[in-house]
Every structure is written in structure tokens, then in C-alpha cells.
Design a protein around this ligand. Structure first.
Ligand SMILES: Nc1ncnc2c1ncn2[C@@H]1O[C@H](COP(=O)(O)OP(=O)(O)O)[C@@H](O)[C@H]1O
Ligand SMILES: [Mg+2]
Length: 388
């Protein structure tokens, strides 16, 4: 028998008090409320956040077969070339959609309505050819008008005529005011329900992973300097698991939806713990930044002198011209200023804030990035890896 459609009611599932899912909810709720007191400077942290967003975008595209490697994508970024092929374009789209969420969603007043979902979908498929030629869609931002099936799934998504009703119900479920203790369960339930509906012809997976990010941002997991959230990492680090949990929830059985929720929230907790480690500057300095500079130095992406200046900046957390006197005892202040100016031009240092004469290391847009990615990978921070 082929896939069949079977309705189930969208409801909040309630875990038993003694269950491990309840423990997870309590722990995550604590993490959400905890005052953020990481010692890593915002200017440095935001660069890491951007790197993670890039990797999440690659990971999300990879789930359904995009073969772009991290290395290729990073090289294209460094070359500042416009998206050269559809695989790259697909990832750029995801990055832009994430930036859109960062700019537009905040804790107080994001409206998760149909227009918002539409906008996300448009951004996901923009400039891409529709299937079978590409990963775009014939009707960006518009619910599908044909029936679809999901490869490898026994569930048949609802017919086009039912989509609007199901989506309205889902959006009302997401936005209605329940007690905050249900917030996280709702994120997980909504992710599955969206895919169960499969409102678009293509791009459903990428859109819902972005939507999940938006919901978590709105729930306060990403306030101000806050944490970098990496919800896509939960799904893209093991696609088989992700599909297995999705499939078993498709019948809507309460026990299966509960297992799905536990799978999602466990992943989320793991990601938040990783982020908290990077917010600890001593850890970041010792395990990532200093070794990354050495890595670039060994490969001659930076000169020995540059490496020494950058290491000083990292060790001292910020660099002032006066700190360089021990490195260059014989140099005049003007010469030292020139060296700093050169590193600013090469985008390896940046002022802590506009006009300040204190600098932090900059690695998001230059060859240091390769070293940073290498080290983040070595320490298990990356959601995905290149097969080598
Ligand atoms: N059994 C399933 N039930 C519901 N959704 C599923 C199932 N298996 C896979 N999916 C979801 O469907 C997505 C693929 O749908 P598609 O519209 O092609 O999205 P995209 O083009 O963004 O990859 C997967 O990324 C996954 O999120
Ligand atoms: Mg697809």
C-alpha cells in the first residue's frame, strides 16, 4: 500500500512528571532564564555566531542532498564572489533568512502569521530553479496546489484544499498563550506538524528549520549578546535519526510525539551547552583562538609578526598599541601604529567599538577563518564535517 493520509488532532502532549522529558524541560527553562554572564567579548562572540549560522545553513541544505563542502563555501565567501552555482546560492539564501530572523524577531513582538512563513519560504527558494532541476519552487511563498508525497514516508500530507485550515490551526497553536512551561514542547510539536502538513511543494524542510530558530529566538534563547542557537545542528548531524523520529510521529500517537519532543529538546540542550563553553573566554582563547592563529601561521596565511600581534590581542582580550612594546622594544610608536593599521586593513583586527583605539581579533572574513573552523571541528563544535 502506498502512503495514506490520516488526520490526527493537534494537541499539547503532556509528559509524565517523572519522565526524562520533564527533566529536560526544567533544565532548558533554567538555561533560558539564567542571566548571561559569559566572559567572551560581544565583538568576538558575534563573529562566532556568524560562523555557526553559516555552518547551520550548509547543514540544513545538506539534509536533502546539497553537496557543497564547508571548505568550498568558505573559499567562495573569502573570494567575495557572487553565488557561483545553485548549491552555493541555496546556502546563501539560508544565511540571509537567518539574518532576517535576527533582525526581525524579538522576544516581544514577532508575529508568527502566514505572511511570516511565506517570507521565510520565499527567502529559502529565491533564485533557485524549481524541481526537478533545482531546489527552488514554482510558487515561492504560496501554499501548494498539488498533492505531494514525502520520499520514504508512509504518511501522505493533506490535500491542497486542507492546507490553509491546517496551517491556520498550527499558527494559532504556536501563538496562543499557554503557560510558559509548554513553550519548548510547542516548538518541537510545531516542527513536526509543519512537515506533516508539508504546505509547500518544495523547501518545507529548510523553511521549518528556520521557523524553529525563529520560535526559539522569540522564546528568549537569544537575547542581546546571548547565546548562539544552533537548532539545525540537532537535525543535520544525523539525518537518519531525524527522519526516523519524524516518520514515527506521523500517525500522531502521543507516545511517539513525546519521543520526538525528547529527541529535539535533548539536541537543543547539547547545543546550548556547547555555546556556553564558547562564552567562557579562557576556554575560547586557549582551545580555539590561540591554536587557530598558530594554524594560520604554520600555513603562512599570516606572517610571524602578524601572528605575534594577534596572539597578544587574544591573550590580553583587547589590544592597545602600548601592549606591543614588549614585542617590539626598538620600534617607534608610529611604526607600531602602522603595524596595527595594516592588520586592520587586512581585516584581522577591529576596534572594540567605532573609533576606539582598542582592538579585538577579527577572523570572520579572512584567512584566519580556516584555522578557526579547523579548531572548532577538532573540538567537536561543528554540526557537520567535510568528508575527507
Ligand atoms: N516522514 C516524514 N514526515 C514528515 N516530514 C519528513 C519526513 N521525512 C522527511 N521529512 C521532512 O521533509 C523535508 C523534505 O521536504 P522538502 O519540501 O523537499 O524540503 P527541502 O526542499 O527544504 O529539503 C526533510 O528535510 C524533512 O524535514
Ligand atoms: Mg526538496
Amino acid at each position: 500500500m502506498g502512503p495514506v493520509f490520516k488526520h490526527y488532532d493537534l494537541e499539547l502532549v503532556v509528559p509524565e512528571f517523572s519522565s526524562s522529558l520533564t527533566d529536560l524541560i526544567i533544565e532548558l527553562d533554567h538555561l533560558r532564564r539564567k542571566k548571561l554572564s559569559g566572559s567572551t567579548r560581544p565583538a568576538v562572540f558575534f563573529q562566532l555566531k556568524n560562523i555557526f549560522h553559516t555552518l547551520e545553513s550548509i547543514g540544513s541544505a545538506r539534509i536533502e542532498g546539497n553537496n557543497t563542502t564547508i571548505a568550498e563555501y568558505i573559499e567562495t565567501k573569502l573570494a567575495e564572489a557572487p553565488p557561483s552555482n545553485p548549491g552555493i546560492r541555496e546556502i546563501v539564501n539560508m544565511e540571509q533568512a537567518m539574518a532576517f530572523i535576527d533582525e526581525n524577531v524579538n522576544v516581544r513582538d514577532a508575529d508568527f502569521n502566514r505572511a511570516f512563513v511565506s517570507e521565510l519560504h520565499k527567502k529559502v527558494v529565491e533564485g533557485l530553479l524549481p524541481p526537478p532541476d533545482g531546489e527552488g519552487d514554482h510558487t515561492p511563498g504560496i501554499y501548494r496546489t498539488k498533492s505531494v508525497s514525502i520520499t520514504g514516508s508512509a504518511h501522505k500530507p493533506p490535500e491542497p484544499i486542507q492546507i490553509e485550515g491546517y496551517m491556520d490551526e498550527l499558527l494559532a497553536f504556536i501563538t496562543r498563550k499557554d503557560e510558559p512551561k509548554y513553550d519548548l514542547l510547542k516548538v518541537a510539536i510545531a516542527h513536526h506538524r509543519f512537515l506533516w502538513i508539508h504546505p509547500f511543494t518544495n523547501g518545507n524542510g529548510r523553511t521549518v528549520r528556520l521557523f524553529t530558530y525563529a520560535m526559539l529566538v522569540k522564546q528568549g534563547f537569544n537575547v542581546g549578546v546571548g547565546r548562539i542557537l544552533n537548532p539545525t545542528a540537532i537535525f543535520c548531524c544525523n539525518r537518519e535519526n531525524y527522519y526516523r523520529y519524524l516518520s514515527s510521529s506521523d500517525t500522531g500517537e502521543e507516545k511517539d510525539i513525546l519521543s520526538w519532543c525528547e529527541y529535539v529538546l535533548k539536541g537543543l540542550k547539547g547545543e546550548i551547552e556547547k555555546i556556553d563553553r564558547l562564552l567562557d573566554y579562557d576556554y575560547l582563547k586557549r582551545e580555539i583562538l590561540l591554536p587557530a592563529i598558530s594554524y594560520s601561521q604554520e600555513r603562512k596565511s599570516v606572517t610571524d609578526v602578524e601572528a605575534r600581534i594577534l596572539k597578544k590581542a587574544v591573550e590580553m582580550k583587547e589590544l592597545r598599541a602600548s601592549y606591543l612594546k614588549d614585542i617590539f622594544p626598538d620600534k617607534k610608536p608610529s611604526e607600531i601604529s602602522r603595524k596595527i593599521g595594516r592588520l586592520k586593513d587586512r581585516k584581522m583586527l577591529m576596534p572594540i567599538e567605532k573609533g576606539a583605539r582598542k582592538y579585538v581579533i577579527r577572523f570572520a572574513n579572512n584567512f584566519l577563518l580556516r584555522g578557526i573552523i579547523q579548531l572548532l571541528g577538532d573540538k567537536g563544535f561543528l554540526p557537520i564535517k567535510d568528508d575527507v
